[in-house]
Ligand binder design. Structure first.
Ligand SMILES: Cc1cc2nc3c(=O)[nH]c(=O)nc-3n(C[C@H](O)[C@H](O)[C@H](O)COP(=O)(O)OP(=O)(O)OC[C@H]3O[C@@H](n4cnc5c(N)ncnc54)[C@H](O)[C@@H]3O)c2cc1C
Length: 464
């Protein structure tokens, strides 16, 4: 290995790369076990794909991950440890479905009881749920029909299961909403794995008792900030890892300004960010094969802030699903817990984002506000504040919510490429989780798992 100059050399037992929830959870587990570590984060903040901002008027918005559900127990427990409160997502009143002909249908409950393609949509999603029950989420490649399901896309599966164009429109939006990708881009097996990892399709889609159940009063970065405050100077910001040399003696992690020498490294960054690093020796083909089958989803999240949540006065919940040709696919009421102002949040994903991101800022804003007016009425066209975050343009995340897997990824490279350690390198990040893969909770559990691997390895290596 190359010898670094002494002045920029940090000696530590474990280097954690990445200060999102996965890296912070790994570091916290090491801290709790009295292991010396240093966490290096490329950005000038912790949180990664969780980005809480307090706007000029004092309103807090979550540009990235925000919701937490009751079965996301790792995140719930982490938040409880640091006293971070949550409150229920607002969903009182009528939801709105905007259909592709511009029709605006109010409904309550999980989904409209009737409407174009509903019955077929429900039937196909039940089949997805049934198939997902066969998936082994810990060793997915051992699932009996892994190779068969991984050879095709979700889109080809939908076409084989229903001719109903309206049902397919609903299925397409569900795929966009969950994976920020198009059905023809994503492996059917990955869809089934992800459903299984969440505990069922309903868990992914619904609000009360499910993935969209609650929000953090401090914003979703609250628990992450509390962890970083506990770990203090062992979390180093603005240090992007460029390369990692590794052998049986340990690792040399090179950032733009320093070298860290350690016995083990936990790399807790999204797949594309692993690909951007240099490794000596190069990573095994199984790992690079896995990474090259793991593109990021494409998503933008937009907040519009109003003096009041005025839509509530007319009996609307602020929740909407839009099948028209505008950019926004789904809208939620993202107002603060006390309703002291009104906030609508809209998501633009998959091919909708491909078109949206070609527009200039003024046209993007106008297109989003047109959608919000359809949902909540004319007052939605004049927010007092408006902010958007296009995640594909974030220099470190390069997309979201997470990486999905393309056909051939799981069956070809899953066993040795997904999260199997590479010598002294251990892999974390929500993409490596068996439960709530893709979510903050999955990031937390992946960090704990990688830290446990390292603790076991240090014990084997003879650490007292
Ligand atoms: C718009 C959006 C909405 C979402 N909504 C939800 C939601 O409501 N609920 C939910 O549970 N999840 C949601 N998610 C997903 C959730 O945010 C992610 O699953 C989770 O935050 C991923 O955490 P992570 O630690 O695995 O990765 P990241 O958060 O991406 O952390 C990786 C870190 O590594 C850093 N890094 C990258 N390259 C390097 C390098 N070379 N050197 C050093 N550091 C590097 C990055 O800057 C980053 O801080 C959403 C995501 C997005 C984008």
């Amino acid at each position: 290995m190359e010898r670094p100059s002494a002045e920029h050399l940090t000696e530590t037992e474990v280097v954690v790369v990445g200060g999102g929830y996965a890296g912070l959870a790994a570091a916290l587990r090491l801290h709790d076990n009295d292991v010396d570590f240093t966490l290096v984060e490329a950005a000038d903040r912790i949180g990664g794909r969780v980005l809480t901002e307090t706007r000029a008027d004092g309103v807090t918005v979550d540009h990235g991950g925000q919701w937490v559900g009751p079965t996301q127990t790792r995140l719930v427990e982490l938040a409880a440890r640091f006293g971070c409160r949550t409150f229920p997502t607002w969903e009182t009143g009528s939801h709105i479905e905007v259909w592709n002909d511009g029709g605006r249908v109010p409904y309550t409950g999980a989904a409209p009881a009737d409407g174009p393609g509903i019955a077929e949509y429900v039937r196909v999603t039940k089949v997805l749920d049934e198939l997902a029950r066969e998936v082994d989420t810990v060793r997915p490649w051992r699932t009996p029909r892994c190779t068969e399901w991984d050879a095709r896309t979700a889109g080809s599966f939908f076409r084989s299961r229903t001719d109903d164009a309206d049902a397919r429109r609903r299925l397409d939006l569900a795929v966009q909403g969950l994976w920020c990708a198009e059905p023809d881009e994503i492996s059917l097996f990955h869809v089934l794995f992800y459903i299984a990892a969440a505990g069922g399709f309903e868990q992914l889609m619904e609000t009360r008792g499910c993935a969209q159940d609650s929000r953090f009063t401090t914003g979703a970065a609250g628990p992450a900030r509390a962890v970083a405050a506990l770990l203090k100077e062992r979390v180093r910001l603005g240090e992007r890892v460029r390369s990692i040399a590794h052998d049986t003696q340990g690792v040399h992690v090179r950032t733009e300004s320093a070298v860290l020498r350690a016995r083990r490294a936990i790399v807790a960054v999204p797949p594309h960010a692993v690909r951007a690093m240099g490794f000596t020796p190069p990573l095994p083909d199984s790992r690079t094969g896995w990474l090259s089958h793991s593109p990021m989803g494409r998503v933008a999240k937009i907040h519009a802030v109003y003096d009041t949540p005025f839509w509530r006065e007319s009996g609307l919940s602020g929740v909407a699903t839009l099948y028209d040709d505008g950019p926004v696919g789904v809208v939620f009421d993202n107002s603060p817990e006390d309703g002291s102002c009104g906030v609508l949040v809209g998501f633009v994903y998959g091919s909708r984002l491909d078109r949206f991101s070609t527009l200039d800022a003024g046209s993007r804003r106008a297109a989003v506000l047109r959608g919000l007016v359809t949902v909540a009425g004319p007052r939605a066209g004049a927010p007092r504040d408006y902010t958007e975050k296009i995640w594909t343009q974030d220099p470190f995340a390069r997309g979201g919510y997470e990486a999905y897997t393309t056909p051939g990824g799981w069956s070809g490279f899953g066993e040795h490429g997904w999260r199997e350690p590479t010598g002294a390198l251990h892999w974390a990040g929500t993409e490596t989780a068996s439960e709530w893969n893709g979510y903050i909770d999955g990031a937390v559990s992946s960090g704990y798992r990688a830290a446990e691997e390292v603790l076991a390895a240090l014990r084997t290596d003879g650490r007292p």
